[in-house]
Design a protein. Structure first.
Length: 301
């Protein structure tokens, strides 16, 4: 998952209320004349196209589908100009005046609509975990537009629904301190991996990969004004991830040992049954990590 956002308004919301309105906001495949289309979709895809929501203990799983047609401006301009020239030439032959500004705008709109019917849409997904206990929401994509669409859809069923950043101040100072002197500052629950991203206002950014983050070179860079904006860490030897200063996670990977602990369903009857134990572990691990991070943030840097 790519992001964690705090939520307050689900505190008094029952799961059955979600069951009522989520299917009503389901994704309908984009039409020929549409530029974009979005809505809730099945969390298991074609396996069961009516499975719009599922709860595992205190976690709720949701999924949204986004479809969008991208019309290249250069293609639109070229086709519009060609059609405008042909139309004006025909008008001249028939003794008519050139297209007016209003007629040109109508012609451009017509061309745009024609292109919409020709272009195949791009498709993307937003998978969501709602933790009703901690009031956190985990989003698999941190694009502001996706967050806005998700919020607006949820407000159709829960008027008071709102989201805010997990921590508005971020964890940039903590990341820098962990990286600067890890033997002194690194929390016992985590260990450094081999990648980091350093920035400063005065000099160029430095992206380090497959590096020894305990080296003196790191301290020299920080002493010269660099700050850590993302850091590769391992959490309790169960999760490998990159933690960003905004509290976003990326490159999340579960350890082999953790995956070996998952009790797989013997002879699952569907993809849904097969994925259920993995979903439970995933939800549990994200909750554990962010509960830990919340405690860490409260500590002075």
């Amino acid at each position: 998952m790519a992001n964690s956002l705090k939520i307050i308004s689900l505190r008094q919301t029952r799961i059955d209320s979600l069951l009522d309105f989520i299917p009503q906001l389901k994704h309908v495949p984009i039409k020929a004349s549409q530029k974009e289309a979005f809505g809730f979709s099945s969390i298991v895809g074609f396996e069961n196209d009516e499975q719009y929501i599922h709860s595992i203990d205190g976690w709720i799983l949701l999924s949204l589908t986004f479809q969008k047609k991208n019309i290249k401006k250069s293609l639109l301009n070229r086709r519009f100009n060609d059609l405008k020239i042909i139309t004006n030439e025909n008008n001249f032959k028939m003794g008519k005046a050139k297209l007016t500004q209003e007629e040109e705008e109508e012609l451009r709109a017509k061309v745009y609509l024609e292109l919409l019917t020709e272009v195949q849409p791009d498709e993307d997904y937003l998978n969501v975990i709602v933790d009703t206990y901690s009031k956190n929401i985990y989003l698999s994509n941190d694009k502001a537009k996706y967050q806005k669409v998700f919020t607006n859809l949820m407000r159709k069923g829960i008027e008071s629904f709102s989201m805010s950043n997990f921590n508005p101040h971020g964890v940039g100072l903590h990341l820098t301190q962990w990286l600067y002197k890890p033997t002194e500052n690194l929390p016992s629950e985590i260990s450094l991996e081999d990648s980091t991203y350093l920035t400063s206002e005065q000099s160029a950014r430095a992206r380090l990969t497959k590096q020894d983050l305990h080296s003196d070179e790191i301290q020299v860079l920080i002493n010269h004004g660099k700050k850590c904006s993302s850091l590769g860490i391992s959490f309790l030897e169960r999760l490998s991830l990159t933690l960003h200063e905004s509290c976003k996670l990326s490159k999340v990977k579960f350890s082999d040992q953790l995956m070996a602990e998952v009790r797989e369903v013997e002879e699952p009857s569907s993809r849904f049954d097969e994925m259920l134990p993995f979903w439970e572990v995933m939800c549990s691990e994200f909750t554990s990590f962010y509960e830990w991070l919340d405690r860490v943030i409260e500590q002075p840097v």
